[in-house]
Design a protein around this ligand. Structure first.
Ligand code: FMN
Length: 186
């Protein structure tokens, strides 16, 4: 009887210590991806710093057809960016894929604000992967606008993900500020 009890207790202790180990591992094992789209280099600079402070892998969301200066002219209603941003179903093609999205737990997604929200190519990105169980944190640069409804829009395109509101940063944001901000998800 004593033997049965001690085997039972050992089992319980084994389970408890396994759980603690699993939790600890979870904390150190978070694998981070910093994915970004940048038409003129500003968001790329912030993404670089974010990858440095998080130790994350860096992936550029490159359009299959690069944006020319004429494409980016927001004062021209016929420019490519104006036409895409006026059509919520627009999904500009991306040139490459993340090699193995399944290995990442936290994905920071960076972009310039276009017309107060995420560019359509970010919508393409959100629909291209299975984000089930993953945390997605948007970040942006802009002339002055905030990140607006970008996070909500991205959540609706990837319902299985947990998408946060995210934040807009200035081009000159410091690594320290980025680290403090990113730590919430690491
Ligand atoms: C088509 C287009 C639309 C833009 N719309 C906005 C906007 O609504 N609000 C804003 O503050 N800046 C806007 N901008 C400015 C960009 O968000 C800003 O220059 C950004 O930092 C550029 O990032 P990038 O160099 O990574 O492409 C827009 C720029 C473009 C090309």
């Amino acid at each position: 009887m004593n033997k049965i009890l001690s085997v039972f207790l050992m089992g319980i202790f084994g389970l408890i210590s396994f759980n603690v180990t699993a939790e600890e591992n979870n904390m150190v094992d978070k694998k981070v991806l910093v994915a970004y789209f940048s038409a003129t280099g500003t968001t790329a600079g912030v993404a670089d710093k974010l990858a440095t402070v998080t130790g994350g892998d860096l992936y550029e969301i490159k359009p299959e057809q690069p944006y020319t200066m004429a494409d980016l002219n927001w004062q021209d209603p016929q420019s490519r960016s104006s036409v895409e941003m006026n059509d919520r179903s627009s999904r500009p093609a991306i040139a490459s894929k993340v090699e193995d999205m399944s290995k990442y737990n936290v994905i920071f997604v960076g972009f310039p604000i276009w017309w107060y929200r995420e560019p359509s190519i970010i919508d393409t990105f959100m629909e291209s992967y299975d984000f089930a169980g993953k945390t997605v944190v948007p970040f942006a640069t802009s002339g002055s606008s905030g990140i607006g409804e970008s996070g909500k829009n991205m959540q609706s395109l990837a319902p299985n993900a947990k998408v946060f509101e995210g934040k807009r940063f200035s081009a000159s944001v410091s690594e320290e500020e980025l680290k403090t901000w990113a730590d919430e998800w690491l």
